[in-house]
Design a protein around this ligand. Structure first.
Ligand SMILES: Nc1nc2c(ncn2[C@@H]2O[C@H](COP(=O)(O)OP(=O)(O)OP(=O)(O)O)[C@@H](O)[C@H]2O)c(=O)[nH]1
Ligand SMILES: [Mg+2]
Ligand SMILES: [Zn+2]
Length: 352
């Protein structure tokens, strides 16, 4: 296997000289568990740790390696262990607002070609949530594809209604409807998958993300668990990991996200709402907030039925979160206690 089979492209190669010393190798992070990492190089997977400088120079957890990252490493113990010295710039990424903290972000995965946003047709189907994931993908420059899973649990008509509801909400993203039980939809799914590309599965717990990978592998290699009737599954997948399938297609499986606190970048918000941005071009005032101004084309579109109330309100909601993020950006480091604690324990451990 070559690094290019793992997704190392010219884009990363251009950074290689600046990123690593001559005696260091290049590898990809395939799993993260607190402070310990697993990296994958041309030959195999190897346990790795962070070089001490990370604990002193990093200002946010976002700068630490995450699954999918390319890293510069030094091998030791006959190449059976490694120390991570640097993280390559990320071509694309997926991140979310860290739960609990006011504003820091948590990296979910890096260098993803396509994010599959998985919703179950059964209990999980939810348009505002879908929107949030789409914005998350746009924020990190990742191409999204929507997966409506578990189609075996609903009728054909119900499926058509769900597809129509997504389009009515103004979402134009490609949708693949499939069932890991009957295998329907998998022909189309297979067509998307290209060797050497990295795909990430996102979505609530219990929607069938891991089952989908098992179906692709053809074996139950990864743990899955039945969900309760209400759909409130416990998290079965507990860590993010990069899996290389036989044909060289790479998947990053993630634990389901309970709540999707989002984002930040205003750019991300705009990107998920091209329809609204286009409508806004016709507003009377250039700085129209689309809430109470006269001559607002966005609100006119709602009255005309061209834009749904739901989509408008999820736009406003995301915009509010985004503004909040930008305002409190300066407070970030102070408030980020979780990260502070992480540094403290890490430093303590190093002294031992
Ligand atoms: N009927 C039906 N059940 C499915 C399908 N796909 C998965 N399931 C079931 O849904 C349950 C949850 O599946 P998982 O693959 O563990 O879900 P997950 O999204 O990986 O969940 P987390 O790891 O907690 O995020 C399991 O009992 C699966 O057997 C499907 O296409 N149809
Ligand atoms: Mg799972
Ligand atoms: Zn307006």
């Amino acid at each position: 296997m070559k690094l290019s089979d793992l997704g190392f492209s010219h884009w990363f190669e251009a950074h290689a000289d600046a990123m690593r010393h001559e005696d260091q190798g290049i590898a990809r992070v395939s799993a993260v568990d607190r402070n310990s990492y697993i990296i994958r190089n041309e030959l195999r997977e190897i346990p790795a740790e962070l070089a001490g400088k990370f604990y002193f120079h990093v200002e946010s957890s976002v700068e630490l390696p995450c699954v999918g990252d390319w890293v510069a490493v030094q091998y030791y113990n006959d190449d059976t262990s490694a120390i991570i010295h640097g993280v390559f710039p990320r071509r694309t990424f997926l991140r979310r607002k860290r739960a609990g903290a006011e504003v820091d972000h948590q990296m979910i995965a890096a260098n993803i070609d396509i994010a599959f946003i998985v919703q179950s047709c059964h209990f999980d189907f939810n348009l505002p949530r879908l929107d949030r994931y789409l914005v998350m993908a746009a924020d990190g420059h990742v191409e999204p594809i929507i997966i409506l899973a578990k189609t075996d649990l609903i009728s054909r008509d119900e499926l058509q209604q769900k597809l129509a509801a997504i389009r009515q909400a103004g979402i134009t993203t490609r949708i693949i409807a499939l069932s890991s039980i009957t295998g329907s939809g998998f022909d189309e799914f297979h067509q998307v998958l290209i060797p050497g590309q990295t795909y990430c599965l996102l979505g609530s717990s219990g929607v069938g993300k891991t089952t989908l990978i098992n179906h692709l592998i053809g074996r139950d290699d990864l743990d899955t668990k039945a969900v309760s009737g209400t759909g409130e599954g416990r998290h079965t997948t507990v860590r993010r990991q990069l899996i290389v399938l036989e044909k060289g297609v790479m998947f990053i499986d993630t634990p389901g996200m309970r709540e999707l606190g989002l984002l930040g970048a205003g750019e991300g918000v705009n990107k998920g709402f091209e329809d609204i941005i286009e409508l806004a071009l016709a507003c009377r005032f250039a700085d129209c907030s689309h809430t109470r101004e006269s001559g607002c084309a966005v609100r006119t579109a709602i009255t005309n039925g061209e834009l749904s109330e739901e989509r408008y309100s999820s736009y406003l909601k995301l915009r509010k979160e985004s503004e909040h993020y930008e305002m409190s950006y300066l407070d970030k480091r102070k408030k980020d206690r979780a990260f502070g604690r992480f540094l403290k324990t890490a430093k303590k451990n190093m002294k031992r």
